[in-house]
Write a protein that binds this ligand. Structure first.
Ligand code: HEM
Ligand SMILES: *[C@@H]1O[C@H](CO)[C@@H](O)[C@H](O)[C@H]1NC(C)=O
Ligand SMILES: *[C@@H]1O[C@H](CO)[C@@H](O)[C@H](O)[C@H]1NC(C)=O
Ligand SMILES: *[C@@H]1O[C@H](CO)[C@@H](O)[C@H](O)[C@H]1NC(C)=O
Ligand SMILES: *[C@@H]1O[C@H](CO)[C@@H](O)[C@H](O)[C@H]1NC(C)=O
Length: 328
């Protein structure tokens, strides 16, 4: 101990605490100057060839952030020692394109600046770039996240909203992550893109109640079309429907306009326009896309730094699907 002069200890202490607090959009400016352009090129190529990528990535991102924070814990694969987050029993059926985009970007980045860029930063930046590419708002992503050291299927339950939950339960989950009701309604506007598998809403289509086979809250023509699309969903679990039936691939405020017309796909979507706590915000965003974009951008910026790990609380993974010490 005596061999370390006091000023060096002080310097070490200062540099650790600085690196822990210093998150910035320019984080990789010196260490990986090509970060922005590599991300943009990877995303553009993938989204053009596979238009489901934007929604897939956004969904993987929110699942990452709501369980253990935005630390790429969702990207880790299970092994014989560890059943990882992405394989939770709640079967999230997380979309493969959301994982693939991170692998592609990581591969390109490791060639340009090996060992520098975290998987958590890649996922956060990819999500922002993809939202913008499909017409959504831009927001700054502060960088410098480390990749988490924990990924456990057992930590998933209770952290994610499900389509069959009551509004009370859904509000509680978002509140536990620091989001108020208006922020929650803005975030759920993400359902303006992407799709849902039939099993997530089939109880609204078949054998709904004693008096009605289908949820009477659905627009009747929409319900008929969904019944047809999901007719064989038990035999073919890949069957799915667009979350926003009118403009499925465009990030806009159509999701909110759909809800009062009975065009909300999931029970939780429809609940947003029924519940008096959320309805005013649905109405605001349905009539004012600028207000939606502004609030969505703010909420995403907040989501992007949820419980992030910095300094020694994480690492920069060599491979996004594996901890660097694979025995942990
Ligand atoms: C009330 C809260 C929410 C519930 C109950 C919910 C539930 C769901 C369900 C069941 C699906 C379909 C998954 C599948 O069948 O594969 C889905 C898809 C999706 N969710 Fe949510 N979600 C909620 C909030 C959010 C939020 C806050 C975001 C992002 C900010 C989000 C982004 C997405 C996206 C982008 C998709 C489409 C995925 C794809 O096309 O691959 N969701 N959601
Ligand atoms: C969960 O979903 C994935 C992807 O759709 C599927 O391959 C896997 O078999 C499912 N796991 C369980 C336990 O249902
Ligand atoms: C929601 O559905 C899942 C299965 O899809 C079930 O395990 C769970 O108990 C249901 N939750 C509620 C609140 O009904
Ligand atoms: C609806 O209920 C009937 C009677 O309980 C059953 O025979 C039928 O298979 C159910 N249909 C679906 C699509 O679940
Ligand atoms: C829409 O929302 C924006 C942003 O909050 C606001 O500045 C604008 O005045 C609103 N427009 C209308 C027509 O209310």
């Amino acid at each position: 101990m005596a061999s370390y002069p006091f000023p060096i200890l002080l310097f070490l202490f200062l540099s650790i605490s600085l690196s822990e607090s210093k998150l910035s959009p320019d984080y990789y400016k010196q260490s990986c100057p090509e970060f922005d352009s590599i991300m943009r090129d990877t995303i553009t190529t993938k989204q053009i060839t596979t238009p489901t990528t934007a929604a897939a990535t956004l969904r993987v991102f929110i699942h990452d952030c709501f369980v253990e924070g935005c630390d790429a814990s969702v990207l880790v694969s299970s092994n014989s020692f560890n059943k990882a987050e992405r394989d939770a029993d709640i079967n999230l059926s997380l979309p493969g394109d959301g994982f693939d985009i991170v692998v592609r970007a990581k591969t390109a980045l490791e060639l340009s600046c090996p060992g520098i860029v975290s998987c958590a930063d890649i996922l956060a930046q990819a999500t922002r770039d993809l939202i913008t590419m499909v017409g959504g708002p831009y927001y700054p992503v502060r960088l410098g996240r480390k990749d988490g050291l924990i990924s456990l299927a057992s930590r998933v339950e209770g952290n994610l909203a499900r389509s069959n939950m009551t509004m009370d339960q859904i509000i509680k989950i978002f509140a536990s992550k620091g989001f108020d009701i208006q922020e929650m309604v803005a975030l759920v506007g993400a359902h303006t893109i992407g799709f849902s598998h039939c099993k997530e809403f089939s109880d609204r289509l078949f054998n709904y109640s004693k008096t009605s086979p289908v949820d009477p809250e659905y627009n009747p023509r929409y319900a008929t079309a969904l019944q047809k699309a999901c007719k064989d969903y038990i035999k073919d679990p890949e069957m799915a429907a667009f979350n926003d039936v009118l403009t499925p691939n465009k990030f806009d405020n159509m999701y909110y306009q759909n809800l009062p017309r009975g065009l909300g796909l999931l029970a939780s979507d429809h609940a947003m326009v029924k519940d008096p706590r959320t309805k005013p915000f649905v109405e605001l965003y349905a009539t004012n896309q600028t207000a939606f974009f502004k609030d969505f951008a703010h909420a995403m910026e907040k989501l992007s730094v949820l419980e992030i790990k910095t300094g020694r609380k994480g690492e920069v993974r060599h491979r996004c699907d594996q901890f660097n010490n694979i025995n942990t």
